[in-house]
Ligand binder design. Structure first.
Ligand code: TXA
Ligand code: MG
Length: 317
């Protein structure tokens, strides 16, 4: 795996690898993505193989502008409003798919397509340089912990991918909010930094979460068990004992191994740290023979709802 520094030259090198049907991990403002040219069957197939992702689980198609997105999806009133407000940014919309040169495998042959215009400048430059949309799931093995820094991507994927563009730690730390605009009653398929309250108050729409479970395959990525570390996770643990590994919220208790998601109980900071700290504590657990990780309770207001969503799936056995 080639490590590419963030520079004009670096973006060109990464885009060349994508043009040659390679797979490149790259930063977005949410989490790292595992990118392929969405119009190359060979490249998209590689992404599914590298991630060990079932072929029925579609990828998000990343575009560099609204104009580019319109070539691939049908924008109804809601999709227009949402993207005007939140693009570029951590919002993915599911809309009716247009016929295009995006390969069927990228959208799992569905009649809908998930589109996102990221705000991260490296991601945008890479799409522009490729001059094609980038199909990119999160850069991790399917069902396992998401990666929000280049070290974790490299640790988990270096033997499987062609290159990694180093963009430092992800700014937000949680995957994008996914809104399904393709159905009569629009719904939120995945929580993220843009909260349900924010969407509903800014748009005057009443969009409700509708999370999918294994029995419903509308958004097949949203399985109950997801984001799994190797270690067992126990949630809502506020009284750690000596010898525990503890992921706290607020000041970290003295003499207990672990980390705090946010000393000052700031939920945005907690979101940004969540996956990086879970990777770190997972390694610590391994080094200590599989000691489980205890996690403090996190308030569910604001982005706390998305943090709890990830933690619950990560703790699922
Ligand atoms: O922040 C993000 O969204 C990151 C970065 C790299 O952009 N990407 C990401 O991709 O989280 P992934 O593949 O880990 O999650 C995409 C989710 C999955 O749950 C998938 O099932 C769902 O989006 N999805 C994709 N296309 C869909 C569609 N047509 N209808 C419903 N759900 C869809
Ligand atoms: Mg993912």
């Amino acid at each position: 795996m080639k490590i590419i520094k963030n520079s004009l030259e670096g973006i060109k090198v990464a885009a060349e690898i994508l043009k040659d049907n390679g797979v490149v991990a790259f930063p977005t403002e949410t989490v790292y993505g595992l990118g392929a040219n969405a119009c190359s069957k060979e490249a998209v197939t590689k992404v599914y193989t590298i991630k060990k992702r079932p072929s029925f689980n579609p990828l998000i198609i990343h575009v560099s502008s609204y104009e580019m997105a319109k070539e691939y999806g049908v924008f109804n009133d809601l999709a227009k409003k949402l993207t005007q407000k939140y693009w570029p940014g951590p919002l993915t919309i599911v809309v009716e798919k247009k016929k295009s040169d995006i390969v069927e495998a990228a959208t799992a042959s569905l009649e809908t397509i998930a589109l996102r215009c990221p705000s991260n400048i490296i991601a945008l430059d890479l799409i522009r340089e490729l001059n094609k949309p980038i199909a990119a799931p999160s850069a991790n093995i399917s069902g396992r912990l998401t990666c929000t820094n280049p070290e974790d991507v490299s640790g988990k994927l270096k033997s499987r991918i062609d290159a990694l563009v180093d963009g430092g730690k992800s700014e937000l730390g949680l995957e994008s909010t996914v809104v399904d605009c393709s159905v009569e009653t629009p719904c939120i398929l995945r929580l993220g930094n843009i909260t349900v309250e924010e969407i509903n108050s800014s748009l005057g729409y009443k969009i409700v979460p509708n999370f999918q479970t294994e029995s419903r395959v509308k958004s097949p990525g949203q399985l109950l068990k997801h984001y799994s570390p190797d270690a067992e996770l126990y949630l809502n643990q506020n009284q750690p004992s000596a010898g525990d590994i503890f992921l706290s919220f607020g000041p970290h208790p003295k003499a207990i191994d672990g980390l705090t998601l946010s000393e000052s109980r700031n939920l945005e900071e907690a979101a940004k740290n969540l996956f990086t700290f879970l990777h770190t504590l997972d390694r610590l657990s391994k080094a200590r023979g599989g000691v489980p990780i205890k996690v403090a309770s996190i308030p569910s207001n604001g982005v706390g709802a998305a943090i709890n969503d990830r933690l619950q799936r990560a703790a699922e056995k």
